[in-house]
Every structure is written in C-alpha cells, then in structure tokens.
Design a protein around this ligand. Sequence first.
Ligand SMILES: *Cc1c(COP(=O)(O)O)cnc(C)c1O
Length: 378
Amino acid sequence: MSGFVFNEKPINIESGEGAYLYGSDGTEYLDFGASYAVAALGHAHPAVTDAVQKQAEKLTYVQASYPVDVRTELYEKLAAVAPDGLENVWLCNSGTEANEAAMKFARSATDRSKIIATKRGFHGRTMGALAMTWKDKYKKPFEPLAGDVEFVTYGDEAELAEAIDEETAAVFLEPVQGEGGIHPAGTEYLQTARKLTEEAGAALAFDEIQTGIGRTGTLWACEGAGVTPDILTSAKGIANGLPLGATLVADWIAENPGNHGSTFSGGPVVCAAANATLDTIVEEDYPSHAAAVGEYLKAELEAAAEEHDLPVRDVRGQGLMLGVQVKRGANRVLKNLAISEQVLALPAGRTVVRLLPPLVVTEGHADEFVESFVEVTK
Ligand SMILES: *Cc1c(COP(=O)(O)O)cnc(C)c1O
C-alpha cells in the first residue's frame, strides 16, 4: 500500500494504547484512523488482550465443523445484536470474504445472477467483491472479474428503480460510503432501496464493514436509518484487530452449511477477541459515545474552519465516521498532520481527510485533533 507518510518519514510502530500509537523511537501518535476502523476499541484494549491470551493458552485452532464454546458464544452474541431477522451468521476472515459469501448466498437464494452496486462504492479486492467495487484503478489490471454487476449513482432513487428488475439477485450498498469519500446515503434512499428490492424479490445487502460495530452512532448503521436489509456484512472492527468477517443473513438467504466455508473461519482465538470486543462495545454503549463525540468533533471542525478561514469545503459523516473535504489535496494535510503534529488520519479519495478514530476517543482527543488540524491548514 502506498503511504503518504511512509515514503517521507518511515514511522515504525512498536506499540499502542487506546487512541495512541507509539513509534520505536518513542514518538507518540494520536491515531484518528484506527487502521481503517479496525482498532474500534483502541489499541491493546485490555479486555481483548486478556481474552486472546487466555484462549491461546487453551486452544488456538480447531476445524470449523467441531463445535467449540467460544465460537458458539460468538454465534449467539452476533445473533443477539443482529438487526431483526438476520440471526443466521457465517464467519470468515476478512471483509472481502464476507462480501463474497453475501454474493454467493444472494445468487443461490434468488437463482438470479445480476448484482447492482454503486458508483464510488468499495467492497473489497477478491474477484467477486472487486467486481462490485467502483474504482477502475483497483479493477482494470485484473479483468475479467466475476461479472454481471451494474453500477448506479449512489443516492439516486430513480436510477436504482430503473436498474432493479426480475433478474436482480441483490443490491449492495454501504449505508455511508467510506473509501468513496464519506458519503451518507440518507435514510430515504435506504428505505427506497428496501422497498424496491422487496418488490422485485431481490436481496438488499448492506456492506457495514466500515460503518458497523458502533461507528456511526448505532451498532449497525442500518438501525439508525430504520431499515433492515436481508444481508449485512461486517469485518474491520469486529474483533478489534484480529481477522474476522461475518455475513449475517435472513432465513430466506441462509445457505446449507456444506455449501460454503473456509478452513480458518471462526478460529477460537479470533472468536475470543470478537466476544470481548462485542461485549465491551455493547456493555459500555460505545455506539452512543461515538454519536456524541462524533457530533462534538464535527461541530468543532466546522467552527474551527469558519473561525480560521480554513481551506475546508465540507465536513460530513455520521458518528465517528467523518470526512473533511479540503480544497488543496488531502495527502498534503495528512502528511503534515503526521510529521508536524504526530496525528494520524486517512485519505478517502484525493480531497477528503477521513477520520475513523477508535470509538474510545473523548472530547479531549477531539480537541487535540482539531488543534492539530488548524495548525497544518491555517
Ligand atoms: C475495508 C472494506 C472492505 C474490505 O474488507 P477487507 O477486510 O479489507 O477485505 C469491504 N467493504 C468496505 C465498506 C470496507 O470498508
């Protein structure tokens, strides 16, 4: 992965704690990227570390067909927090695999092949998920992909209505586009997508790999919109750094157990990490915390942009999934943040500074970020 920071100043990360990462030279970095939302509870969260250590001492792996308590527990936990009706859980090892499974299940359940995805959308880099991903840069060298995907303009209800037909197996949407520049779909669009897919007998699949696990202010972004899809995919923050993906599906989508699977899916150590992560997020109500701190951060950024006349076009997003659209290129801002301020964030396209801080950040961390942002953009 090309790095705006790493080319100029290699930062060799050695450890982390909460919202901070520490370089091997002792430098402390405020982490407002959480490595693409993976460190949902921050780095080296004690509950997760403890669960991983204890499980590693007991059993690191057993094949997925042998029941093991820690995995059964995760199935139950995910079913308990799943949006209504999505209690059928498939585990895998990454986001792209969760979407691959979703594509397979939708095709199998509907006996149709056409998939509708959105412009600017991102769903992963394996051949199926990549086929639903918009950017040519990711796709072109590897074509032909697992085709029959039609792209529509994200947020355009008429175009979606036009595209969905009796051949459509599924519509794949991110409730808030992440990689594409932090664009919330808006409740109405998601509701319309729900209505149109239902009428056409197609599955509605929400890719919540980035929006899920509390990031947008509810455990799943679809809850905030009051829309329940037929398929929901999760990964990124679900095990706070261990590789886990999950595909949650409605009864009519659920596949026979023998029809799909993978060797490492639902390994005990990963499941232990996910159980600890989910428990902590739910018990300590991090979704509400993300909503509150996110709102504060967004308001402070808007106020600072106005007060200091910063080159900012827009601050948008939901909860702790925010995008700051800047006038002169995001990478320069990100590089200066990292090098001069020891603050890490992410790009989303050329002009958007993407903020996905750990959900444990406080208003104090938000102040710290805004101060640094003003420093490098004023
Ligand atoms: C990161 C991401 C993926 C891909 O997940 P991987 O674990 O990198 O395969 C898919 N969809 C969305 C929305 C993502 O943010």
